[in-house]
Ligand binder design. Structure first.
Ligand SMILES: NCCCCC[C@@H](C[SeH])C(=O)O
Ligand SMILES: [Zn+2]
Ligand SMILES: [Zn+2]
Length: 307
């Protein structure tokens, strides 16, 4: 049954096949967007979910798989798409969201790295770009965006797990996402970057200890989302501005999107808190994804109310 498909992790090839099946099964509502290609020239496919043709609708963006080893993230992107297409018109919350917002979803932002975790090193985090100055491979795509680039919390060392790249947007994957968001910044008003693990809902800033201008708003929205996860799933998530809640992390996609003007910007660290870590077993996928879905819907509904 389809639920078993969504309660398993899938290879890069299977995810590409799933993307093609999804747009074939829902031609009017799911559209394929090629936003660029990876360092090793794999396609960066995003799906656009548009459930009605109401003119100049706003939109939300969800990227998964920026960090290769965080397999629960792509699993969530697939889970979200299936929930949206299956429950639109039935579940009130997702119907309300999709009536008001289009959704851009990038299931695997770092396909080269994701494949590498399936074939070679399960614990790989970065992309697979070759630097001309080192034998070490890969940049941390979540330190490669132009937001206080390569300050405290990132490294200029190509061998570091938090290597910021040669310059901001030096990596094709982060450049593709930045280009897309720049050209859609008037419609995209909500940004999510999905990661694991540690069960946290984070918002700007992570690149400085300064507070975002709508900090109170973001805090309130994150608090409400985390309370819903607690109420429905009895699971605890931390929440707050990234710099104080997890660590200083400059060059992040969420801070950059926020500074672009996407004032509702979140990074989600999904399950768990360290028992399995990045190796979250398949039997935990459904609860992890339902918890994340609850939070994403809660925040999206609030954004619709406020705008
Ligand atoms: N944009 C930085 C948000 C906070 C850090 C998130 C984690 C996810 Se693994 C990181 O990129 O180190
Ligand atoms: Zn991550
Ligand atoms: Zn993480």
């Amino acid at each position: 049954s389809s639920s078993s498909f969504y309660e398993r992790y899938h290879s890069l090839e299977d995810i590409y096949d799933w993307i093609n099946r999804t747009i074939q099964d829902s031609p009017n509502t799911a559209n394929l967007i090629l936003i660029g290609s990876s360092y090793e020239k794999r396609p960066l496919y995003a799906l656009k979910l548009s459930l009605n043709n109401r003119p100049n609708k706003k939109a939300m963006w969800i990227d998964c798989g920026i960090h290769a080893r965080e397999w629960i993230a792509p699993a969530f992107c697939l889970w979200f798409v299936r929930h949206a297409l299956l429950h639109y018109g039935k579940n009130q919350d997702i119907t309300n969201i999709l009536d008001n917002m289009d959704v851009y979803i990038l299931p695997v932002m770092n396909p080269d790295g994701y494949l590498y975790t399936w074939t070679t090193d399960r614990m790989w985090r970065k992309n697979r770009s070759i630097s001309n100055s080192s034998i070490c491979v890969g940049a941390d795509l979540n330190r490669n965006f132009d937001a206080n680039w390569c300050t405290v919390g990132a490294s200029h060392d190509p061998c570091s797990e938090i290597y910021c790249g040669e310059f901001p947007e030096s990596e094709p994957e982060s450049q593709a996402v930045a280009d897309f968001l720049r050209s859609h910044k008037d419609s995209v008003q909500l940004y999510f970057s999905i990661h694991s693990y540690s069960q946290m809902l984070l918002f700007p800033y992570s690149c400085t200890l300064d507070e975002a201008e709508n900090h109170k708003d973001l805090l309130e929205m994150a608090k409400e989302a985390v309370e819903k996860i607690q109420r429905y799933y009895r699971n605890n998530y931390k929440y707050g501005a990234g710099a104080r809640t997890i660590y200083l992390a400059p060059g992040g996609s969420d801070d950059w999107a926020y500074n672009l003007g996407i004032k509702y910007s979140f990074t989600f660290e999904l399950q768990d808190r360290g028992q399995y870590g990045f190796l979250l077993p398949p039997f935990r996928i459904s609860k992890a994804c339902n918890e994340a879905l609850t939070a994403v819907k809660s925040i999206a509904l609030r954004v619709i109310e406020k705008t």
